[in-house]
Design a protein around this ligand. Sequence first.
Ligand SMILES: Nc1ncnc2c1ncn2[C@@H]1O[C@H](COP(=O)(O)OP(=O)(O)OP(=O)(O)O)[C@@H](O)[C@H]1O
Length: 214
Amino acid sequence: MEKNVIVLAGMIGAGKSSYTELISKELGSKAFYESIQDNRILELFYKEPKRWAFALQIYFLNTRFRSIKQALLDQNNVLDRSIYEDALFTQINFEEGNISEPEMDTYLDLLDNMMEEIDTLPKKSPDLLIYLRGSLETVLKRIKMRGRPYEQIHLNPGLLDYYTTLHSRYDDWFTSYHHSDTLVINIDEIDIHNEEDARILMLQIRKKLKEVRH
Ligand SMILES: Nc1ncnc2c1ncn2[C@@H]1O[C@H](COP(=O)(O)OP(=O)(O)OP(=O)(O)O)[C@@H](O)[C@H]1O
């Protein structure tokens, strides 16, 4: 069986974890999930972004580095979010004044350093990045449905601005991504809990993986 490293990307609430579960099951590869339960800083960040943004980014950077290294060594994984995407969150937190300039510089330097390390691995980048792209309306609906209290706009109205800004920047982030081939999925139209949609999605992914390998 062919081995693949696939990374998912997309807005908060886009469905990366569900896609990761489906794709890893279908391809018989190992899933790597962002560990929300073990993350003691996330909830603190949502309450007090100015105090916790930098610590949260370092936390994510560290866990993401560990995951991508492991994934590239095993060469048969699906990651629900990757190291390539976090810098967008960091940049926006910097622009919002939640992260200072020296902190931002430190982050970017550390990220560069990690990327150089990744570049020394036999496999240096994923085979495919799948970008889950959808309207702001769709992701807001899903964030609400999922119901994690600290992500809810009605409990923290400032979050609407944060989500709107992040969402408006995702396409630019995606355009600048250059580490692997990519596939865009329109999440406004596809529901992977529907069997037929899931089947078509897997056909698309398998076809793309074949192209990538040739
Ligand atoms: N680098 C980051 N900076 C700030 N918050 C982050 C960062 N990475 C993830 N998060 C936050 O962590 C939480 C959990 O992320 P997770 O990937 O599990 O869910 P999600 O982004 O909502 O994905 P899904 O697409 O699976 O719904 C979200 O609130 C997300 O905003």
